[in-house]
Ligand binder design. Sequence first.
Ligand code: GRF
Length: 207
Amino acid sequence: MKDKMKIAVIASGRGSNFRALAEATLDEGYPAEIALLISDNPEAGALEYARDNGIESALIDCGPKRGSMSLESSEEMHRLCVEREVGLVCLAGFMRIVKGKLLVEYAGRMLNIHPALLPSFKGLHGQKQALDYGVTWSGCTVHFVDAGIDTGPIIIQKVVPVLGDDDEDTLSERILAEEHTAYPEAVRLYAAGRLKIEGRRVLISDE
Ligand code: GRF
């Protein structure tokens, strides 16, 4: 059997997408395995899940600036990933803009999941932005990471209805259920070598 692609997940919080990815990798035929979970937050649920499930984890101080990471922390993450021969970095609720060495060296090899149908409602609180705007459909997007905020080429989108009595919590929950299938699916496609970036478009080849 071909070697599985090693992935690193970077998460700041609850970690439900990390968990969905970790569970997907338990399937013998899944082409990727989790080599490392990185967090910038000692309280992250993702860290706890990693510890409870025997997944190597690293807590990295990314500096005091909210939403931004220090160049040193980017270098440190890059070093950890290279040491473990990580082929794909997955941002899963990492609450800082990635920059520096990690961004440069993992260009085209880094994914993110966003809780809205990009290019609408980028940045924080995508679900609330969608609700406030009054759209009747929203969803989630898995995309490659570039230097912008939620701007990289799109791999997969899943759509959910926005219902009349939705609030931020109910809409977020409906979107999250789709995130948990979209992210493992996108990683599966990447790890199987089936994605090709052409300009802004991501082409998916047959198996
Ligand atoms: C998700 O809604 C994801 O789309 C966004 O941050 C949230 C992370 O949730 N980027 P979790 O930590 O994976 O549960």
